[in-house]
Design a protein around this ligand. Structure first.
Ligand code: PMP
Length: 331
């Protein structure tokens, strides 16, 4: 078979199978929806016509998100997870490269490689702050800023984000974890029409299995993203569920507050090894991946510049207690 060499250079997904008890590896929300909310969802789904395609631009959900953020639906596009939108954004702009700042989320580089776009990496400094990315703005398809950054957990200063926006190049600000942070920069949309902010329902809203993400940007950008988006990638069911979670933001907020409290509790116990985080995970300078796995606890093992580090997702209190106990034993 004539499979393209580029495709062959990608690795197959590996699924960790085993009898592990505690999963703190994917930055998921530890709380599933309550049985009451699930019941409400199932009731609503009875009215969804399964024989019909979903709304082609997902307007019912765009309207709900717009209302939630206090902006217009013309400034929002929704997708099958924010991953789909990253891939779409890379197809939108002219230019010969994208700029990322490692260590960061791997999918920017993954999609760029697949699209044959050059990747310029301007690594974060020793405090994980953005460096001179502005110098690479000319002819860039996009500059990616992840804040809070996965896997380091820190946010970037607003002044620095503005400085990057001032270059006029398209800037993708990935705010997948922003609900766990002190603040957002999504309001900059009104001042900078070269800004796209990525958000997701997978983390704070606890819908990783449902696959809904959205991007906020100027009407012009959103309109053009819609023109190239494959139709119907977001199904009617996911759309409904995400909308319902916005109606229950009080519950979402309660879980966010719980996770932030737990994050700070874990951080205080490992201050000498952990990095401060504004996300739902903590980066730790501890080579404890295998040790934890032996105890049935799965975390993320990091490589490259972060070899010897782990990223641990904040879980439920009792899961975090087990993690803390195991790490104390490790040290
Ligand atoms: N951006 C960042 C920084 C992430 O960590 C993730 C998920 N790991 C995503 C985007 C993608 O999220 P989703 O596709 O589930 O919306």
């Amino acid at each position: 078979m004539r499979i393209r060499p580029l495709v062959k250079s990608f690795q197959p997904y590996k699924v960790l199978e085993g009898d592990y008890r505690i999963w703190l590896d994917k930055n998921e929300n530890p709380f599933d929806l309550s049985p009451e909310i699930k019941e409400e969802i199932f009731e609503e789904l009875k009215r969804v016509p399964f024989n019909r395609y979903p709304h082609i631009t997902a307007d019912p959900l765009r309207e709900r998100i717009a209302e939630f953020l206090g902006i217009d639906k013309e400034n929002i596009i929704v997708g099958n997870g924010s991953d789909e939108l990253i891939s779409l954004i890379l197809k939108l702009f002219d230019g010969d490269h994208i700029v990322i700042s490692s260590p960061t989320f791997g999918m920017y580089g993954f999609f760029a490689k697949f699209e044959g776009i050059n990747l310029i990496d301007v690594p974060l400094d020793e405090n994980f702050r953005l460096q001179n990315v502005e110098e690479y703005a000319e002819n860039a398809r996009a500059l990616f800023i992840c804040s809070p950054n996965n896997p380091t957990g820190n946010t970037q200063d607003r002044e620095k984000i503005i400085s990057v926006l001032e270059t006029g190049a398209p800037v993708v600000l990935d705010e997948a974890y922003v609900e766990f942070a002190k603040g957002s920069n999504v309001d900059l949309i009104s001042e900078y029409d070269n800004l796209i902010v990525l958000r997701t329902f997978s983390k704070a809203f606890g819908l990783a299995g449902v696959r809904v993400g959205y991007a906020v940007g100027s009407e012009e950008i959103i309109d053009h993203l819609h023109r190239i988006k494959p139709p119907f990638t977001l199904d009617s069911i996911s759309m409904k569920i995400a909308g319902l979670m916005l109606d229950h933001y009080d519950l979402v907020k309660r879980n966010i507050d719980y996770i932030i409290k737990e994050r700070e509790r874990i951080y205080r116990k490992f201050k000498d090894y952990a990095y401060p985080s504004e996300a739902n995970f903590i980066l730790m300078k501890l080579n404890a991946y295998e040790f934890l796995l032996e105890k049935g606890i799965v975390v993320r093992k990091l490589g490259g510049r972060l070899t010897g580090h782990i990223r641990v997702t904040v879980g439920k209190r009792e899961e975090n207690d087990e993690l803390i106990g195991a790490l104390k034993e490790f040290m």
